[in-house]
Design a protein around this ligand. Structure first.
Ligand code: SF4
Length: 156
């Protein structure tokens, strides 16, 4: 198609994780530029669940060539593929639901520096509760994540 617009060029699959899995196993891949890695706490509260849902929304809008969602639990478990993905990412964003900061602390404990951090209750003024089906403020949260990702592309 000659007039392919930007929307069509966006990568819609979270390709970076399987790509780094292959690289870690020594399987040959076509080299690509690493995206920004987003880790989210995915906690058992409204704001914890929002970290995941809003990260997906943000990456869908930005495109997965620029934003990759990586598994925080794999960092805790010391899995080589996700550890390598984080080490080779363009930058690391941690999205936490509340000031317990589980995502940032998990990453720090494994030796990673978090470049940009969002705490939903504190930075975006969303109250924490334990109704896991409330999806309030997802738009505001995903926009904040999107902004953090795009900052890496403005700075470099
Ligand atoms: S940061 Fe808060 S919401 Fe997220 S996992 Fe930790 S305690 Fe739960």
């Amino acid at each position: 198609m000659v007039n392919q617009n930007n929307e069509n060029k966006k990568v819609k699959e979270n390709w970076y994780l399987p790509y780094m899995d292959k690289k870690t196993k020594g399987i040959e891949v076509e080299e690509k530029e690493s995206p920004v890695a987003i880790f989210y706490c995915a906690g058992a509260s409204n704001v914890g669940q929002s970290t995941m849902l809003a990260s997906v929304e943000a990456a869908n809008r930005i495109g997965y060539e620029k934003a990759s969602l990586l598994c925080l639990a794999s960092i805790s478990g010391g899995l080589a593929n996700v550890t390598n993905a984080a080490k080779n990412a363009k930058g690391i964003i941690a999205v936490d639901g509340c000031p317990m900061q589980c995502a940032q602390k998990t990453l720090n404990k494994s030796g990673f520096t978090v470049d940009k951090h969002i705490i939903i209750t504190k930075d975006l003024d969303v109250s924490k509760n334990f109704d896991l089906n409330t999806k309030n403020e997802l738009g505001k949260i995903s926009e904040a994540i999107e902004e953090k990702v795009l900052d890496f592309y403005k700075e470099n």
